[in-house]
Structures are given as C-alpha cells and as structure tokens.
Design a protein around this ligand. Structure first.
Ligand SMILES: [Zn+2]
Length: 135
C-alpha cells in the first residue's frame, strides 16, 4: 500500500537519492555492507574524522574535491573571487594536514577517500583499497 501521491513519492525518492549519493554516505554504506562497524565524527579525535574504527586503530576521512583541493576534473579552479576561494581552500588544506599529523601522532592510521572516487560507477578499486587498509 502506497499512501503517498505520486508527486509526494517522487519528491521523497529524490530526497533519498540526493542524500544517499553524498560521498560520505557512499563510503558508509559500502563499509557497513561489508560488515565493518564504525563510530561517526568522534569529537575526541582531531578534526572529528568521518569514520572511526576504534578496534582497528583506523580512521577514514571523506573529502570533497573542491573544498579540499584534490585537483581532479571535478574540482575546477573558480574563475571569479579567486582570492576568496583560494584562501578558504588553502585553510582547509592546512587544517587537513594538521589533523592528519595529530591523528598519526596519536597512533591512528588514516585513509582519505576523495569525492570523485565515490562517484565512479564501479567502486571495486575503492572497495579493495579500503578493505586492505582496514584489514
Ligand atoms: Zn577528486
């Protein structure tokens, strides 16, 4: 029984879809489906990493290509307000590096997943990299 009118249903479905394709959700769903369990955004750790695997001593950070300067094809250099954007992005990059150093200093192993890697049709190379990393 579908109690929603078709237009409500499609609005709901598009909302679900847009949430589910967020890079972090792609990674969460992938790893959860493989049986991994994790803590989200642990406040006690530097930078509140996206996924924390306490018993494995591992952290997975999912980063947007534009905001964290991946330099791939989906993170083009902005054509206007370049000073503003580059200052903002450079700030993110510095913070990423600082958090990564702090995590490693505490004995955590860190893997970064880029947004573009979650948008590929075939997630098998991402999957094998993460399963190798997590052990
Ligand atoms: Zn990228």
């Amino acid at each position: 029984m579908d109690r929603l009118a078709p237009e409500q249903r499609s609005a709901l479905m598009s909302r679900i879809r847009s949430t589910d394709t967020k890079p972090e959700f792609v990674v969460r769903r992938l790893l959860h489906g493989l049986g991994y369990r994790y803590v989200l955004h642990d406040r006690r750790l530097p930078g509140r990493p996206d996924l924390v695997f306490p018993s494995r001593g591992c952290v997975v950070q999912v980063q947007g290509c534009f905001w964290h300067a991946h330099g791939c094809s989906i993170s083009p250099t902005p054509k206007s307000n370049t000073t503003y954007w580059s200052a903002k992005i450079q700030g993110n990059v510095r913070r990423d590096a600082r958090n990564a150093r702090a995590l490693r200093a505490l004995g955590w192993r860190l893997a970064v997943v880029w947004e573009c890697q979650t948008k590929q049709r075939d997630l098998s190379s991402l999957t094998s990299r993460l399963t190798k990393f997590l052990g």
